[in-house]
Structure formats: structure tokens, C-alpha cells
Design a protein around this ligand. Structure first.
Ligand code: NAD
Length: 475
């Protein structure tokens, strides 16, 4: 753990292990932190806040610039650790490190653009001034699926705003977190400004974040279920919260779209990170006029997708995170088949050629999926493409919006009017129109409804770490 600028063990002396999900091999041991360690980290962050919050934005941004260049220089090592510990193919891991580093660069610059304003008053002798100040100590909790970029997406804006932070990474990917904090250490970020508490049981650390009054802000990325629990807990002290939660993205292919182009796009975005992405398409609506060509191309693409270790050349599909994930994916597929879905490809665990040592599930295509199936409602987080054929475009919006999630959605159309109607009518925070990658450090990322609260990235991202203060002045 990294607390107050020092690498230390857990107070209880306990450790837990990190595993390679492709092979089951042990990668390393880490301190199994608990509440006492989290409190120690909050002590360090509260102390460091006094100095850090009074540095100029120009001073703070220098540390972020430094961390960015160190991260880019260390790209290959970081990507290797990620492929080992999280399982995604090495090239995808490299892309994630670049994306993660981008947040450091973006917020190094954005730090200097936190501006207040003056407001006219109805009284001639009165002036209003608005200024923004850092919220205080931040408690951050991150997931395993994007184990590096989800850290920098929180740490960079928090530091830019003048906050200090205590981060608890996912128990499945602590080595990735450790590697990121080694970069922060090398960048000479002052002691206590960034703190890392690794834990096998997240509960006690989460409790400290919720109960300690010095933690003024909680930022969480993970499941909707845990996010809601955090929101309830934070209500006691009315702590500020940002929640980036689950999704159930519709992927709409309109009758006028190019079905081959759309199928290529779907094959790329659906199987990215083995479907373990919050923005992964979960319901693929394809117009009946073009569904045959779409499925033909999709099946062709899926047939050549190689599963295996992310280090093997040509591998597109890495392992799922653990057995529980594997069972959940298979349960959804079997439920759909039992209720009338047709299996076009996949639909089973992969065990040949040594894949039985990891948690591999074949890339799967289902057709004839309907709203009575679990997969239509529940986030899959696996390599399954459920296709739903539709005929009437008037029903599209209602069908796509029929979910309690509201994170990402995708539309393929060549009709500008349709694109605008769907863009304006979809209840989702992120919409890709003929675009499967609507994400960037410069763009606001986040969801509506039960997909979360607040935004990360862009100028919105730094506002999450700022208080607004009004001064009324009689002159
Ligand atoms: P998860 O909610 O189980 O875990 C996420 C984090 O919360 C981990 O660090 C975990 O240790 C911690 N956690 C779990 N229980 C806790 C508790 N009681 N108190 C405090 N912390 C606790 O989710 P996951 O399975 O790791 O991640 C997958 C989920 O994350 C999916 O639903 C996915 O859609 C979502 N996700 C969302 C985004 C986004 O930006 N919206 C990005 C990535 C992942």
C-alpha cells in the first residue's frame, strides 16, 4: 500500500494474491488492508490537503505533466502487467495505458482553466463573485475491467482541482494499481496527496470512506448494485458522490444502414475486452430488411476470433475475470435458448488447448432474442451478441429506452434526420452514431438513470471535485 508517500504493509500483516485469469497462476501478493489502513490513508490525505489545495494550478499541473510522460515512457511494462493480471490482449492493454495517460495530460491543462465569474446584482451597491475550491479528501473505488484508466480518470481531475485522494482498487487487479502509483511516486507528487489502500475485502475500506467526516467526496466505478449501496451510505453525511455504473447498451442498425459496416463495428465493440465493458452493446436491434447480411458478416467475423492468452499473437478474446463471471454468462445464454433464442455460434465454455486453466467463453451470437429473456434486461459482461430483429422504426426509441440503465448506445444510419431523432430521443449519456468509440479524455463520460451520477473526463470531470462558493459584496 502507498500511504503518506511510503510503501507499507497492512497493519494486520495479512496479504492476498493476484492471479492471471488466463492461466490461474499466482502473480504476486499484496497487503490486505482494512479499516485501520484506510483511516491511516485518510490521515495522510487530510494532512497533505492543507498544502496541496493552496498550491497554484500551475504548480499542480506540473506533477500531472510529469506523471503523463512517465506513464507513456513506461507503456510497455504497464501494458504487460495489465495483460497478465486482467487478461486483455496486449495491444488492447497498450491502448488502455494511452487512454489512461491521456487523463493526466488533459487535467494537467484543465487545472488552469478552473475559473470563477462575476454576476450582476439588482442592487447598485452589490457585487457577486463566484469561485471554485477543492472539495477536500476524496475516497475512490475502481473496477478491474479497465484497471489503469479508471484510476487516472479519477486521480487526475481530483489532483488538478486541488483535492487529495485515497484509492482502493479492485481486488482482482491490485498489481495494475500498484504500477500506476509507482508512476505517481516517480513523478514526486507530494507525500499524502495520492494514497493507495489494497484490500481483499472492500467492505471495511468502503466503510471508512462513508463514515470518516474528513472524506468529503466519494467517486466510484463499478456495479450498479454496489453504487446504490454507496449512495445510501453517503447520504448520512451528504457526501458528494460520483457514480459510474453498469450499462445495457442498445446497438441500433436502421433499415438504411450499411449492414456490413455495422456488423464490422459491432464485432469490434461487442468483443472488446471480452465484452467486459460498461459500454458494451447488450441488445442489438437490426432491421429485418438487412438482418441477413448483417448476421452473415458478423458470423464471418466471429468465426475467426481467436481466444487465448493476451500475449499470444492474433488473440482477440481474452479470459473472463473469474468462474462467477463465466457461470453468469452461460446462465444468460442457456436461459435465452430455453426461451426460444437461436444459437448461431459459441454458447459454451472453451476448454481445448489449455484454455481450461482460465475462464474462457466462446464468442457467441444469439438471434430471436426477446424481452422475456434475462439477457434482455441484465448486464452480460461477456462475449455474447444478442440480436433482435425489428420491423417498425417507430417503435425503436421505446424499445431502446426500455431499460433502467442509461450509459452508452449506438446507432447505424445514413439518414441525418433519423440520426438526430435518435440522438435526441435516446435516454443514454453517450451515443455513438456510426461510431463505435465515442470516448476520449476530452469528452464527458457517464450515464443517466441507474448507470450513474456525474461525469468523468472533459471539463465536466473536474467540476465533480470542486465546490462552488458565492461571495456577495456590498460596496
Ligand atoms: P463491483 O461493484 O463488484 O466492484 C467495483 C469496485 O467496488 C471494486 O473495487 C470492489 O472491490 C468495490 N466494492 C465491492 N463491494 C464493495 C463494498 N461493499 N464497499 C466498497 N467497495 C466495494 O463491480 P465489478 O464487477 O468490479 O465491475 C464491473 C461493473 O463495473 C460493471 O457493472 C460495469 O458496467 C461497471 N463499470 C462501469 C464503468 C463506467 O464508467 N460506468 C466503467 C467500468 C466498469
Amino acid at each position: 500500500m502507498f500511504i503518506g508517500g511510503k510503501w507499507i504493509d497492512a497493519e494486520n500483516g495479512h496479504e492476498f494474491q493476484s492471479f492471471n485469469p488466463a492461466s490461474g497462476e499466482t502473480l504476486g501478493s499484496l497487503p490486505a488492508g482494512e479499516g485501520a489502513d484506510a483511516t491511516k490513508a485518510v490521515d495522510a490525505a487530510a494532512l497533505a490537503f492543507q498544502e496541496w489545495s493552496t498550491q497554484t494550478a500551475y504548480q499542480r499541473s506540473q506533477f500531472l505533466y510529469k506523471a503523463h510522460s512517465l506513464m507513456m515512457a513506461d507503456l510497455e511494462r504497464l501494458a504487460t502487467i495489465m495483460t497478465e493480471e486482467q487478461g486483455k490482449p496486449l495491444q488492447a492493454a497498450r491502448n488502455e495505458v494511452r487512454y489512461g495517460a491521456d487523463f493526466l495530460l488533459w487535467y494537467a491543462e484543465e487545472a488552469k482553466r478552473v475559473c470563477g465569474r462575476t454576476i450582476s446584482s439588482a442592487r447598485a451597491d452589490q457585487r457577486f463573485l463566484v469561485l471554485h475550491q477543492p472539495v477536500g479528501v476524496v475516497g475512490a473505488i475502481t473496477p478491474w475491467n479497465y484497471p489503469i484508466s479508471m484510476i487516472t480518470r479519477k486521480v487526475a481531475p481530483a489532483l488538478a482541482a486541488g483535492c487529495t485522494i485515497v484509492l482502493k482498487p479492485a481486488e482482482a487487479t491490485p498489481l495494475c494499481a500498484k504500477a500506476v502509483f509507482e508512476i505517481f511516486e516517480k513523478a514526486a507528487i507530494p507525500a499524502g496527496v495520492v494514497n493507495l489502500v489494497t484490500a481483499l475485502d472492500p467492505g471495511p475500506v468502503g466503510e471508512v470512506f462513508l463514515k470518516d467526516v474528513r472524506v468529503r467526496k466519494l467517486t466510484f466505478t463499478g456495479s450498479t448494485q454496489v453504487g446504490k449501496m454507496i449512495a445510501r451510505g453517503a447520504a448520512d453525511q451528504l457526501k458528494r458522490i460520483s457514480l459510474e455504473l453498469g450499462g445495457h447498451a442498445p446497438f441500433i442498425v436502421c433499415s438504411d444502414a450499411d449492414p456490413v459496416h455495422a456488423a464490422k463495428g459491432l464485432a469490434l465493440v461487442k468483443f472488446l475486452n471480452t465484452g467486459q465493458a460498461c459500454i458494451s452493446p447488450n441488445r442489438i436491434f437490426v432491421h429485418s430488411n438487412i438482418v441477413e447480411t448483417f448476421l452473415k458478416e458478423l458470423t464471418r467475423k466471429v468465426a475467426v476470433m481467436k481466444s487465448g492468452s493476451g500475449f499470444d499473437p492474433g488473440v482477440r478474446i481474452g479470459p473472463l475475470v473469474n468462474d462467477t463471471a463465466l457461470e453468469k454468462v452461460d446462465r444468460q445464454v442457456q436461459d435465452a435458448i430455453k426461451k426460444g433464442a437461436r444459437l448461431v455460434s459459441g454458447g459454451e465454455r472453451l476448454t481445448e488447448n489449455g484454455l481450461d486453466k482460465g475462464c474462457f467463453y466462446a464468442p457467441t451470437i444469439l438471434t430471436h432474442v426477446d424481452s422475456g429473456m434475462t439477457i434482455y434486461r441484465e448486464e452480460t459482461f461477456g462475449p455474447v451478441a444478442p440480436v433482435i430483429e425489428y420491423e417498425n422504426e417507430d417503435d425503436l426509441l421505446a424499445m431502446a429506452n426500455d431499460t433502467h440503465y442509461g450509459l452508452a448506445s449506438y446507432v447505424y444510419t445514413r439518414d441525418l434526420k433519423k440520426a438526430f431523432r435518435l440522438f435526441e430521443g435516446l435516454h443514454f449519456g453517450i451515443i455513438g452514431i456510426n461510431d463505435i468509440n465515442p470516448t476520449s479524455a476530452a469528452a464527458p463520460f457517464g450515464g443517466m438513470k441507474e448507470s450513474g451520477l456525474g461525469r468523468e473526463g472533459s471539463s465536466e470531470g473536474i467540476n465533480e471535485y470542486l465546490e462552488t462558493k458565492l461571495v456577495g459584496l456590498s460596496v
